[in-house]
Design a binder for this molecule. Structure first.
Ligand code: HEM
Length: 410
């Protein structure tokens, strides 16, 4: 511990794109919580690392998204002309009330616990089909070959994307993650994000046409009808939020499955326990979310001057970055060895899905997808082992934490 603290005086406390941070951010989080829990980053944001402040900021009405102001401050006034930022400004994820309330209200019913529970047989069938295809080969990449198809197929179902249009989504690259990182994007990265965004907009305009002519029992039809009504939703809001819904659950759910499987195989006692007691899966998923969250951070802007947050004054307009992954390991909330994976841990309530009005719309869906995927994998391929559990290759993004690949054999 002393060594950690001394080292911190020469190294930056928070360097989220450093390879050692990407590999294992948790020692940095511990340093932040212990030495500077409301750290000011080189980009001038406040960085909350303790559970108390993170949880408060997410739920407190004095904080909001203030997306256009915040983004303009960071990149300059022309940034809102870039297609990807124009689209993002309409995402419910980036909106404050009352627009946030209106946009979320249009889709929330499709994500209730009961509606999602009804999807369980379909989720099971997709996982079974994937394993039927792959089991004879004796080898796979758990990310690309196993985890990836499930969330993509389910969101395509929910959005009414016809099966014959889907192949491109299974094979397209997954490079959107940097958009959310706290380190500003380079012009080349903005250009790449624009290309992806414009292609998505073109595809979805076609889908809207199809669903206007051919309504279905899906979210796209529902939103297209809300747009036609005139007062509920503009065309840019429709397109932006369909792009959000389409993307929000891919990488995040894939990484919940990937990070969970890695954690289990690095802790063989927990793996054996779960195999022996499959009913522990529900609690195990909460523990995977806590232990190595696939979303590590989100942020809010102070909408007024805040006198005291963890001992700091936060002036109106300043950003507070919330380290969800650090809050999840705060010993103030998890006193029993928070750095240990324990699938029987009681009262696990991770902040991995956020909190307050933006609490993840897909939380229950992601939990069930992960439950079925991991539960079925352990049952059907009980002797599966990872080729390299100690030095797997991480994707170079920080906010979305996940593996490039996770090869396994059986
Ligand atoms: C393990 C998987 C997932 C994780 C860890 C996750 C995490 C999060 C987090 C942290 C937020 C809140 C961000 C904030 O407060 O600023 C959020 C919001 C959101 N998530 Fe998820 N998510 C996951 C899966 C999904 C899925 C499967 C969907 C949809 C199919 C989804 C759709 C959304 C949407 C639409 C929002 C915005 C809600 C709002 O602003 O009101 N997510 N998610």
């Amino acid at each position: 511990m002393n060594e950690h603290v001394q080292a911190a005086t020469t190294e930056p406390l928070f360097n989220p794109l450093a390879p050692e941070f990407i590999r294992d951010p948790y020692p940095s989080y511990e340093r932040l919580r212990n030495t500077d829990p409301m750290h000011i980053t080189p980009f001038g944001s406040f960085l909350a690392s303790r559970h108390a402040e993170v949880s408060l900021v997410l739920r407190d009405k004095r904080f909001g998204k203030d997306f256009v102001e915040r983004t303009t401050r960071r990149y300059g006034p022309k940034i809102m002309e870039e297609p990807v930022f124009r689209s993002m400004r309409h995402w419910m994820l980036q909106q404050d009330p009352p627009d946030h309330t209106r946009l979320r209200g249009l889709v929330v019913k499709a994500f209730t616990a009961r509606r999602v529970e009804d999807m369980r047989p379909r989720i099971q069938a997709i996982v079974d089909e994937t394993l039927d295809r792959i089991a004879p080969s004796g080898h796979m990449d758990l990310i690309e070959d196993f985890a990836f198809r499930l969330p993509v197929t389910i969101i395509c179902d929910m959005l009414g994307i016809p099966p014959e249009h889907r192949e491109v989504f299974y094979t397209s690259s997954r490079n959107g993650g940097r958009l959310l990182d706290p380190v500003p994007l380079s012009p080349a990265e903005i250009a790449e994000a624009n290309t992806g965004n414009v292609a998505a907009q073109m595809y979805f305009q076609q889908l809207f046409e199809l669903r206007r002519k051919n309504p279905g029992d899906d979210l796209t039809t529902q939103l297209v009808q809300a747009e036609e009504d005139g007062s509920k939703l503009s065309n840019e809001e429709l397109t932006g939020n369909i792009i959000l819904l389409f993307g929000a659950g891919h990488e995040t759910t894939v990484n919940l499955i990937g990070n969970g499987l890695l954690a289990l195989h690095r802790n063989p006692d927990q793996l054996a326990l779960l195999k022996a007691n499959p009913a522990l899966i529900t609690n195990a998923i909460e523990e995977f979310l806590r232990y190595d969250s696939s979303v590590q951070m989100t942020g809010r802007v102070a909408l007024e001057d805040i006198d005291d947050l963890g001992g700091k004054k936060i002036p109106k307009g300043e950003t507070v970055l919330c380290l969800l992954g650090s809050a999840n390991r705060d010993p103030a909330v998890y006193p029993d060895r928070p750095d240990r994976l324990d699938i029987t841990r009681p009262n696990v309530r991770p902040l991995s899905f956020g909190g307050g009005i933006h609490f993840c719309l897909g939380a229950q869906l992601a939990r069930i997808e992960a439950e079925v995927a991991i539960g079925t994998l352990l049952r059907r391929l009980p002797d599966l082992r990872l080729d390299d559990a100690q030095t797997p290759e991480w994707r170079p993004t920080f906010v979305l934490r996940g593996l490039k690949r996770l090869p396994a054999s059986w």
